[in-house]
Design a protein around this ligand. Structure first.
Ligand code: KG4
Ligand code: ZN
Length: 342
């Protein structure tokens, strides 16, 4: 079985081919960073136009990398939501038309679910049920995964998503878009031997029961520290470090609570912030302490990509066959779509 996957929910066009025995046989990504950076963030209309510009070309390149032709493809998986409506429409229109022209099924995929399943691409031995920490630019959720498509949300952010807090804090300190990963790099560069000049940052919501998060206060805390500072590179790095530590401590503490309350010993971390080195290291430590296992997607598959869509399409099609297929000729996308598939 050969599945072509197409991702276009935000500012990356991703295309990949997943083969049922050979695994991921090709993947290509076009990042729109250059198109958006002059505006300091993603401009939805520009994102849609850029997807239109690159999608056919990327599909052709990916098929050539996979050394297959269009007639070898059994189904086309595409991101149906959540995401930017125009960007989603480009991928969905392309994928459904492509599938229709070949007389093969089109499989709609939930973008966050694909993030969540990405860790299993390299480690198919992961068994249900397990815990998943989903940390992206738009979402922060702690989930109990009972089976494919069966998700129980244990906790979620009440305001900013973690990636959003990273991006906004970076912007407040004058770090250019896309700032989240640059802020993390600054934090990691802070010399461990030099004590911080700052008062410790709060660990939000740890004094409350449950698994919910809140990150917007941390962003304000970082802004206040920045405004009062001498704006040197040293203090920028210090703030980045304190901010990152507060986020990582909070996420790790809530994951620890979830492990204790559910008794589940497997935790996967997914989404763009899953690429954060400090988060990966501390989650590993946590699961080691609980004699459990932590899994992460490869770094390149933490942020948006087509591979996770192709893989999710493969899992759905091999599990549910035609029951997961979108037979309607209407192009329907879901800019807002809860993970619980309500
Ligand atoms: O999953 P993703 O590519 O897109 C969404 O579905 O939202 O996540 C992008 C988010 C951005 O907010 C970006 O700043 C954040 O992931 N991110 C990071 C790191 N790399 C990407 N945040 C913290 N540390 C990183 N190393
Ligand atoms: Zn994403």
């Amino acid at each position: 079985m050969v599945i072509l996957g197409i991702e276009s929910s935000c500012d990356e066009t991703g295309v990949a081919v997943y083969h049922h025995t050979q695994g991921l046989i090709a993947h290509k990504l076009h990042s729109q960073v250059d198109a958006h950076k002059v505006y300091g963030g993603v401009v939805p209309e520009l994102a849609s136009r850029d997807h239109v510009r690159y999608i056919s070309f990327l599909v052709a390149e990916t098929l050539s990398q996979a050394k297959i032709c269009v007639n070898d493809i059994d189904a086309v998986a595409y991101t149906q939501g959540p995401g930017l409506i125009g960007a989603l429409l480009v991928g969905a229109s392309f994928a459904k038309s492509f599938a229709y022209s070949l007389g093969i099924p089109a499989i709609p995929i939930h973008h966050l679910e694909a993030h969540l399943l990405a860790a299993c691409m390299a480690c198919p031995e992961i068994e249900y049920p397990y815990l998943a920490l989903l940390v992206s630019g738009g979402h922060t959720e702690l989930v109990q995964v009972n089976a494919l498509g069966q998700y129980e949300i244990l906790g979620q952010t009440l305001d900013d998503a973690v990636g959003e807090a990273f991006d906004k804090t970076a912007k407040l300190m004058g770090i250019p878009y896309p700032g989240g990963s640059k802020l993390a790099a600054l934090a990691d560069a802070y010399p461990p031997s030099i004590p911080s000049q700052l008062k410790p940052f709060p660990r939000p919501m740890l004094d409350r029961a449950g698994f919910d998060f809140s990150f917007s206060g941390l962003k304000t805390h970082a802004l206040n520290a920045w405004v009062k500072s001498d704006k040197s590179e040293a203090i920028k790095s210090d703030i980045a470090k304190q901010f990152q530590q507060a986020i990582v401590d909070t996420l790790v503490a809530k994951c620890g609570r979830a492990v204790e309350s559910t008794g589940l010993k497997t935790l996967i971390v997914a989404g763009g912030v899953g690429a954060n080195y400090s988060l990966r290291k501390n989650i590993q430590k946590l699961m080691h302490k609980h004699s459990g296992d932590a899994y992460f997607p490869a770094l390149e598959f933490c942020t948006d990509n087509g591979a996770m869509i192709a893989y999710a399409g493969y899992l759905y099609y091999s599990t549910f066959a035609t029951n997961c297929v979108d037979t309607d000729l209407q192009i329907l996308v879901k800019p807002r779509w809860p993970l619980t598939h309500e």
